[in-house]
Design a protein around this ligand. Structure first.
Ligand code: COA
Length: 257
């Protein structure tokens, strides 16, 4: 159980709130378990027409909790055994419309989650990044395929390899989001879209989404990515990157072999 994920069903929209603002909504294993429950419920409960992801505080999500990475990496646990994988499978299988309201930072899975949403509203000054290589990790959530498919290989490679953020306007220009609006209008714009989608013919919209994505292929890729991610997670270079983050210093990969 965690209070860091909150859900509310209203008007056919299941709103899932990341509520750990003091840690920029970094996602722990307990939060992944609660997110998995929410997405699985959204898929199977006929009362839910649309899933809406939003957040408390000034950031959408700083990605996976790095303290969890340190704990899990040192235990040698495979990512496929972790709650995050249940969440990724639920995302791959989710066939109702998903909307996201993104303000501030969206890092790592905070961005790759958006690749599984159908309509994304970002703040113009939001900052989106996938610094997997800065952390000596590898892409997840099928982003190794979905990100280049959305924005092209060169941009995607640069985002993975250099880890620098793009702003909300650029995210829209590159095809990662539908609308960029001033930060104080993000919640209303996303809620408006979710409400519109909830009023559409539910079976038609579901069949359309199923035709547009291959859930089995996404899940197969997530598992392949998990192997690369898992072997990196317990590697000396990743441990150096995680420790550097906790010690608020730059990582030193000069001795990595
Ligand atoms: N895991 C665990 N804790 C995190 C975190 C994460 N991914 N991201 C932020 N936090 C914590 C910080 O350690 C800090 O905790 P403290 O107050 O106890 O020191 C708190 O959240 C606030 O973060 P801070 O770094 O001070 O905020 P900022 O506004 O200066 O920077 C970010 C925000 C998101 C740019 C920065 O926190 C960051 O780079 N986080 C890591 C992102 C990341 O690499 N995620 C993993 C991707 S795979």
């Amino acid at each position: 159980m965690t209070d860091h994920i909150q859900t509310e069903l209203s008007g056919g929209v299941l709103t899932v709130t990341l509520a750990r603002p003091e840690k920029k909504n970094a996602i722990t294993q307990a939060m992944y378990a609660a997110l998995s429950d929410a997405v699985e419920r959204a898929r199977t409960d006929d009362a839910v027409r649309v899933l809406l992801f939003r957040s408390e505080g000034d950031s959408f999500s700083a990605g996976n909790d790095i303290a969890d990475f340190i704990a899990l990496g040192s235990q040698g646990q495979q990512p496929t055994d972790m709650s995050v994988f249940r969440f990724l499978k639920a995302l791959a299988e989710f066939d109702k419309p998903a909307v996201a309201a993104v303000r501030g930072r969206a890092v790592g899975i905070g961005l790759t989650l958006l690749l599984h949403c159908d309509m994304v509203v970002v703040a113009e000054d939001a900052l989106l990044s996938v610094p997997f290589i800065n952390l000596a990790l590898a892409p997840e959530a099928a982003s190794s395929m979905l990100l280049p498919a959305a924005i092209g290989h060169h941009r995607a490679f640069e985002m993975f390899a250099l880890g620098e953020p793009i702003d909300g306007r650029t995210a829209v220009a590159w095809g990662l989001a539908n609308r960029a609006v001033p930060a104080d209008g993000v919640e209303a714009a996303a809620a408006d879209l979710a409400g519109k989608l909830a009023a559409r013919a539910p079976n038609s919209i579901r069949k359309t989404k199923r035709l547009m994505r291959d859930a089995e292929a996404l899940w197969a890729l997530m598992q392949r990515e998990g192997e690369a991610f898992g072997s990196q997670m317990s590697s000396p270079e990743a441990m150096e990157a995680f420790m550097a983050f906790s010690q608020k210093r730059a990582p030193d990969f000069s001795k990595a072999g």
